[in-house]
Design a protein around this ligand. Sequence first.
Ligand code: ADP
Length: 269
Amino acid sequence: LAVEVTVSPLPDKLAGGAMIVLQDRTADEQAEQMRRDFVANVSHELRTPLTAMTGFIETLRGPARNDSAARDRFLDIMEREAARMNRLIHDLLSLTRVQSDERRRPATMVDLPLLLRGVVATMSPAASAAGVRIETQDIDGSQRLPADPDQLVQVFQNLIENAVKYGGSGGVVRVTMSRIDHEPLLRGPGWAVDVEDQGEGVDEMHLPRLTERFYRVDTHRARAQGGTGLGLAIVKHIINRHRGRLKIESRKGQGSRFTVILPETLTRG
Ligand code: ADP
């Protein structure tokens, strides 16, 4: 607990006394600390690819000057690092946007199964190139709910991308939709979408932190896979905006299931 104490003299009429104001600064300080951590994380994430690129530029100027095979290899790596910085900036901008949207209720009605079919169709080619098949269940028909379509696309893209990335090659990613009649935190009926993989899973102790910005179970591996560490943070903010819920279940070595639960109507509040 951090308390800020302000002592100020009372107005003339009450001369002789003093007023003491005690104010709890814990929340303010936590928010400030989180902002500082975030800036430190962003700087670190941007600096890593930059340092790599600077190193390769030096090598290309010096020892590898006349080695054309090395030059091609280094240029490939530099291109990858530049692409990583680009993705990071893209995700940072998305995160900022969804955070500032969070209080505005989505105003349009979106056909959820239609949107899911579109996302799956778009992502299937890249998944099969990675040796993963995306299977769907019960995403036919038409069900409308209040949502921001671009943001919902982003939610399912991020979840399916992760399922493909961490699901292991030769695996299957299953996308299933089901009706929810009663969900205590939802205050009414809604729809659940499961994105399941049979991949590496995560240890239970990591689960509560997965949606934190830049939290990764295995930083090195996640980076090598091209991740920015912001995907699930973006997902969480978008779902909050839709007054929905995200459930994460996972078992190490067996796979994970991410469930997005969205209300059918948005009540006030
Ligand atoms: P990243 O860009 O690192 O994938 P995310 O925010 O999307 O960032 O995910 C955070 C971390 O959660 C990942 O680094 C990974 O450790 C873990 N994770 C996310 N999805 C899965 C999944 N389907 N299976 C196993 N681990 C996952």
